[in-house]
Structures are given as structure tokens and as C-alpha cells.
Design a protein around this ligand. Structure first.
Ligand SMILES: Nc1ncnc2c1ncn2[C@@H]1O[C@H](COP(=O)(O)OP(=O)(O)O)[C@@H](O)[C@H]1O
Ligand SMILES: [Mg+2]
Length: 234
């Protein structure tokens, strides 16, 4: 099974935006369709680069650029929400620079979670929904970050959906926003079981049963497998 490689020891330099930056962390994605993530620093400014440049041809030239353009489009709808990365710019058509969230993934920061962490997370999700953005991948623990004060931030919008928040789409947004809310509730049960009540647990179980019928889960995994095959060296 493929897994990401975390490397915090190597201290390399790299050029971004015409300047020399220090790479302070590199997460090399072994999955063919995922970008490498570089956390870079220059004069006390920290950025994150989502970088498809080392990937196979199909990912580097088709999947990666489409993926980044889409994420950039979604992030542009969320401009001004503090707990979301800001767009800095494109280094290349297959390398996107965004602001760094100063913290770590929730699975590594369980001990830091503030008491109202999940209420804050639901509030951020509400802010996204009011702009018409549905994250739809909050169940994935690596998309929830925790800062050093134990507060949440949300990253990774490439599975998100944007619907204009007008009278026509608002009912649909309200319906689909339940996917994000249940995903957050599920994380709350996992990470703060002492704060979760039986009714929340029952609601999440019902949601998980419904999700098994979600055809897109299976379609996405088929698509991933085909692109991985196409990228494999002959
Ligand atoms: N803006 C950011 N600030 C800090 N770390 C980040 C940022 N973006 C990504 N990361 C790190 O990289 C990992 C993968 O990034 P993500 O955007 O979820 O990409 P993927 O599409 O590979 O899931 C995250 O779990 C997080 O550890
Ligand atoms: Mg992710």
C-alpha cells in the first residue's frame, strides 16, 4: 500500500516566485494522483506548495493542473475566512502556492484540541456553506488542521463543490451541507467521545449507512486506479 513520506530533516533550498526559499518540510506523496506538499520559508514568511511537477505525465500535465485550477477557484470563493489557506499564486501550471496553516493534522494533535474545537469547526463549515462551498472531504483526518492553541483550520478543497448561494441553489446547499456536518460529528465521536452524546452517535451511524449507497465513492476509486495504471512506467 502506498503511503506518504514525511521528511523534516532535510533542509534544502528551492526557487519559488523568483526567490530562494528554505524547504522546512516535504511530504512526498507516493500516490500517483496526489501532489507533493512543500512547506517553505523565506524571511519569516511561510507558505505551502502543492506541487505535481515530479509526477508522471498524465498527472503532471492533465490531472494536476485541472486539480489545482479547481482548488484555486474554490479558495477564491473563500477569500477572507481566516481558518482557510489563502491563495498566494501559481509557481507553474502544476504548482500552487497557498498560505501555510501553522499547526499539524488532527490525528497528530489530539492532545491539543480545545474544548470547543468541534463547535469552532462546525462554525467554519457554516462559513463555507454560506459562500456556497461544500467541502465534502472533511471525514478525511488529514484535511483538518489544529493550530498551536488547539483551534481548527480546514484545508484541501479539491473534492469540494461550489454552488452559487442564491434562492435556486440554497435548498440544495442546505441538504448537502449535512455531509460536512456529519463528517465533523464523526470526528468529534472519534476524538472527543467524552463530549459526544448518544443521539449524535445514532445520527452518525445512520449517516454512515446512507453513505454506503453513495455511487461516487466507487467511481472515484475506479478513476484513481486507472490513472495510477496510466502513470506506471512501462
Ligand atoms: N496550507 C497548508 N499548511 C500546512 N500544511 C498543509 C497545507 N496544505 C497541505 N498541508 C499538509 O499536506 C497534507 C496534504 O495536503 P492536502 O491539501 O490535503 O493534499 P492532498 O490532496 O494530497 O490530500 C495535509 O494533510 C497537511 O499535512
Ligand atoms: Mg487531503
Amino acid at each position: 500500500m502506498s503511503k506518504d513520506i514525511y521528511d523534516e530533516t532535510e533542509s534544502n533550498q528551492a526557487r519559488f516566485l523568483g526567490e530562494q526559499w528554505r524547504i522546512i518540510k516535504k511530504i512526498t506523496a507516493e500516490k500517483a494522483m496526489k501532489p507533493d506538499i512543500l512547506i517553505i520559508e523565506r524571511e519569516q514568511q511561510f507558505l505551502a506548495a502543492k506541487d505535481f511537477r515530479s509526477k508522471g505525465w498524465v498527472t503532471r500535465n492533465l490531472w494536476g493542473p485541472l486539480n489545482l485550477m479547481y482548488e484555486k477557484f474554490i479558495l477564491s470563493k473563500l477569500d477572507g475566512i481566516a481558518q482557510i489557506p489563502r491563495i498566494i499564486g501559481l509557481e507553474d501550471y502544476n504548482c500552487l502556492l497557498i498560505s501555510r496553516i501553522n499547526g499539524d493534522e488532527i490525528k497528530k494533535s489530539r492532545h491539543l484540541l480545545s474544548e470547543n474545537f468541534f463547535d469552532q469547526l462546525l462554525k467554519i463549515a457554516d462559513d463555507l456553506h454560506s459562500r456556497g462551498v461544500l467541502h465534502l472531504d472533511l471525514g478525511h483526518k488529514s484535511n483538518i488542521m489544529v493550530d498551536h492553541h488547539g483551534n481548527p483550520a480546514i484545508i484541501d478543497f479539491n473534492c469540494s463543490l461550489y454552488l452559487p448561494p442564491n434562492t435556486i441553489f440554497r435548498p440544495l446547499i442546505r441538504l448537502l451541507s449535512m455531509v460536512d456536518q456529519y463528517s465533523i460529528l464523526r470526528l468529534k465521536i472519534k476524538f472527543r467521545p467524552q463530549d459526544s452524546n448518544p443521539s449524535e452517535k445514532r445520527r452518525v451511524e445512520r449517516f454512515l449507512r446512507l453513505r454506503k449507497l453513495w455511487i461516487f465513492d466507487r467511481l472515484i476509486s475506479k478513476l484513481t486506479n486507472s490513472i495510477q495504471k496510466a502513470n506506471r512506467p512501462q
